[in-house]
Design a protein. Structure first.
Length: 430
């Protein structure tokens, strides 16, 4: 990611603005609005335990941006990197190749869902820290480890060295060391580089670190909202996250650039959004409902118009807040779009899509280059279509065979260790 002075300026202005808004927010949503209820309980008393289809659909849009971004990057690297391209083509590649935009949206959704999950568990008396962490580990780690080890075995057995993959040529020189650091979710922190076997794995490291801190963050925010009011708590929480990100970016350390410290404002925005939803706020303005889809389009096309990661995060947070507001209304075109069953299903399987898509795209484009050489527009469109189909098929298989069963085990931890797991352990010990 780019590092310029503008990323510090943009984030700094946002922090100052949020701090100045704190007193106003405390007046708009005073502490008394929580009616003295327990800190994790919503005012309206509703804690729906059903899947929120609109959030699944939003996650489907996010993973679509990620996949299209990486496909666009491969199209450029394999066909246009060695040639001069016009300003229009450059704008198209800059816009469609911004795969990180989908990741930012996923970070916000993670904060939203984790705060909702913790709220339900605490208010129903089912919260246990050990079980919470066990579910998170079962949700993230096993599929990721399977991908890493299969990728490493494939490289060993074939002797193949990936070409045109810039992150594969970074530190550490030993793939075994990189595999170990990735397995511990510490690659970026230890080496200051993205995971060599799966470069997008940096986002999973950020997610895992957020999961570790999420009980503290969610409970701390709820306690602050109970004392100061939801508006003031939201402003101060987002301001604190902005300060942390600002300091991390200003340090210039490579080991901090792709860590939770930089992206924590996004997770905090998700926590705040969930708290606001639980508080019963629903926008009634037709304008707010109408702004949801334009905000998404602006979000998808933002990359060429911002300079520096700090300014980019601030702009994307504003657009994401508008999208969540439109979804909270329960009406409008954007809400309708995000509740489409097909898009929601993509969101449900988004983790499997995320894990397999880079390897699939890389393999398809390398095979194409080896046997077909450079392709024209129609040929490249066919390659892209083949990549999308293969990603869909392989991700579906991965989800059904690996991710979905593990989700079942993770859900079972809400009620304790499943009986058949206990019996299996007993048989192993006898």
């Amino acid at each position: 990611m780019r590092r310029t002075n503008s990323h510090i300026t943009g984030l700094g202005l946002a922090v100052l603005s949020a701090c100045e808004a704190a007193d106003l927010c405390s007046w708009l949503v005073p502490a008394s609005s929580w009616n003295g209820r327990p800190s994790m309980e919503p005012i309206n008393g509703s804690l729906p335990n059903v899947r929120q289809v609109e959030i699944d659909g939003l996650r489907g849009l996010a993973i679509t941006l990620v996949v299209l971004g990486h496909i666009s990057q491969r199209v450029y690297r394999f066909n246009f990197e060695a040639h001069e391209i016009g300003p229009i083509s450059r704008y198209i590649f800059d816009t469609t190749g911004a795969s990180a935009s989908g990741v930012y949206l996923i970070f916000v959704i993670s904060g939203f869902l984790i705060n909702g999950s913790l709220t339900r568990e605490i208010n129903t008396g089912r919260y246990e820290l050990a079980k919470f962490y066990a579910r998170r580990v079962l949700r993230i780690a096993p599929p990721y480890l399977i991908l890493l080890f299969v990728t490493r075995l494939a490289l060993i057995s074939t002797g193949w060295v990936p070409q045109r993959v810039t992150q594969f040529q970074t530190q550490p020189t030993s793939l075994t060391e990189s595999l170990l650091a990735s397995s511990l979710f510490l690659h970026q922190v230890v080496y200051g580089t993205l995971p060599r076997l799966f470069p997008p794995g940096w986002t999973l490291e950020v997610e895992m670190h957020f999961y570790i801190l999420s009980p503290l963050l969610c409970l701390g925010f709820a306690h602050l909202a109970n004392r100061k009011g939801l508006g003031a708590a939201s402003a101060w929480t987002l301001s604190a996250g902005g300060v942390i990100a600002l300091v991390s970016l200003a340090s210039g350390s490579d080991r901090l650039q792709h860590t939770l410290l930089v992206f924590i404002p996004l997770f905090l925005l998700g926590i705040v959004a969930n708290a606001v939803w639980q508080n019963g706020w629903r926008p009634t303005s037709a304008l707010m409902r109408a702004l949801g889809f334009p905000a998404f389009l602006a979000f998808a096309g933002l990359q060429p118009w911002v300079s520096g990661i700090g300014m980019e995060i601030v702009a994307r947070m504003v657009l994401i807040a508008i999208m969540f507001s439109a979804l909270a209304s329960g009406r409008g075109f954007f809400y309708w779009l995000c509740t489409r069953p097909g898009l929601a299903q993509v969101g449900i399987a988004s983790y499997s899509v995320y894990l397999v898509h880079v390897q699939v795209v890389q393999a398809v484009f390398l095979v194409t280059e080896r046997y077909c050489g450079s392709l024209g527009g129609i040929g490249m469109a066919i390659v892209v279509a083949v990549s999308v189909v293969m990603i869909s098929v392989i991700a579906t298989v991965f989800y059904c065979i690996i991710e979905k069963p593990l989700l079942g085990y993770a859900a079972a931890f809400r009620k304790g260790v499943p009986l058949h797991v206990k019996n299996a352990v007993r048989r192993m010990l006898v």
